[in-house]
Design a protein around this ligand. Structure first.
Ligand SMILES: Cc1ncc(COP(=O)(O)O)c(C=O)c1O
Length: 399
């Protein structure tokens, strides 16, 4: 089955066969007797006990994601940042380290450079995959990058990196927010664990916050020192169980049933929305480049990552970046836009514009921003579902 068909016809697990799994709006669930309640707690029997640990609507959404991706299992969270934090807290202990691409979403860097630093977790940033091997030691727990980085739009050679990581038995984690399952086969590209912000494309247009962790079942958890007690009990489900039974439950970043319902609806139209906005973004990037603007887009031949992007993804994503000479010019442009809204989200149904240097990365120093290639005049456009002609006209008018 094609992705769009699969997404519309996930297994119906509602008792009443409602076409869309309903919202189970409540916090606790009743057991038939005391013994059953004990069995739920001891994991001897499956069932919902308390919505901070699991909820039927949230489980239906997790099951839908598992069915339409190639994942072995998936867990939903209250936001993308919650998914990243819970995943990493599950894999790390104090004085561990991990390797990460230096091109990352601002809040992710903020988490690494503040909370993780306080907990004595070291992040070893790299510029290219050639630096990875030399950064690995006995305390290195994983490698992390974004499939298309936000906002630089950089891409790495996933398969080449996988070969290196495999040699050291290090898991490969990627933030795939920019590249959902219909345009990127994470498993085929060697990614062991996927983490993403469901707030973006999955939510069906910026309606709710959400996050996901997907385990593809490809990493042998026997090699993960920190998961040893869970590996003994749950084998290849070690990460999913550690997340569910420990980190997730204890930190409490659960997805609400209403959000799960909307995310489930979002999955039904994901394929159409993703491909439509990617096509809009591609056309826009070509048109702007033709007019002599400095444009970044993963599928533009002039862009330094285009061959890697075309090798890995079916579409180039929906972010287009324009580099203006300075802040003044960037702001003049943004303030003249009528259809593109000035706002901080991405991959919404509506097209959005922001200058990341002065907003998302405002708390960082100018030398850090220079290192991460985030310039003062950079405008990030998130291209939505409007008619292409209207978007192009809006931009040209603003220019
Ligand atoms: C690549 C990426 N990862 C993670 C996040 C965090 O997601 P959320 O806002 O759902 O916490 C974002 C948010 O913009 C993002 O762009």
């Amino acid at each position: 089955m094609h992705f769009c068909t699969k997404a519309l016809h996930v297994k119906n697990i509602d008792t009443h066969k409602a076409m869309r799994f309903p919202i189970y709006q409540n916090s606790a669930f009743e057991a038939s007797n005391s013994k059953e309640l004990e069995e739920f707690f001891k994991g001897k029997k499956d069932g919902h006990v308390y919505s901070r640990s699991s909820n039927p609507t949230v489980s239906a959404y997790e099951s839908a994601v598992t069915q339409i991706s190639k994942a072995h299992g998936a867990i939903a969270f209250s936001s993308g940042m919650a998914a990243i934090a819970n995943l990493f807290f599950s894999l790390l202990k104090a004085r561990d380290n991990f390797i990460a691409s230096k091109h990352l979403f601002g809040n992710t860097i903020s988490l690494f450079d503040t909370l993780f630093k306080d907990l004595e977790v070291e992040v070893r940033y790299v510029d290219s995959i050639d630096e990875v091997a030399s950064k690995i030691d006995a305390k290195t727990r994983f490698f992390f990058c974004e499939t298309i980085s936000n906002p630089q739009l950089s891409v790495i050679d996933f398969k080449a990196l996988k070969k290196i990581l495999k040699g050291y038995k290090i898991p490969f984690i990627a933030d795939t927010t920019m590249t959902p399952w219909n345009i990127f086969d994470a498993k085929e590209n060697g990614i062991d664990i996927e983490v993403l912000s469901a707030t973006k494309w999955l939510s069906g247009g910026g309606q709710v916050l959400g996050g996901m962790v997907l385990d593809y079942g490809s990493y042998d958890w026997k090699n993960a020192f920190n998961l040893a007690p869970f590996y003994e009990k749950y084998n290849q489900n070690a990460l999913l169980f550690k997340l569910r039974k420990e980190t997730f439950r204890n930190l409490g970043a659960c997805l609400t049933p209403q959000s799960a319902y909307l995310l489930n609806l979002g999955l039904e139209t994901l394929d159409l929305r993703v491909k439509y906005s990617c096509e809009n973004a591609y056309k826009l990037s070509k048109s702007l480049e033709k007019r002599g603007l400095k444009v970044r887009y993963p599928f533009l031949d002039s862009f330094k990552y285009s061959s890697l992007a075309k090798k890995s993804f079916e579409y180039g994503g929906a972010l287009v970046c324009i580099e203006f000479e300075d802040k003044k010019r960037a702001y003049e442009f943004m303030d003249r836009l009528k259809i593109f809204k000035r706002g901080t989200n991405i991959l919404d149904n509506k097209s959005l514009a922001i200058a990341p240097y002065h907003t998302i990365y405002a708390e960082f120093s100018s030398s850090q921003k220079e290192l991460w290639e985030i310039k003062e005049g950079l405008v990030r456009l998130s291209v939505g579902l409007e008619a292409y002609e209207d978007l192009e006209a809006d931009i040209l008018e603003a220019l």
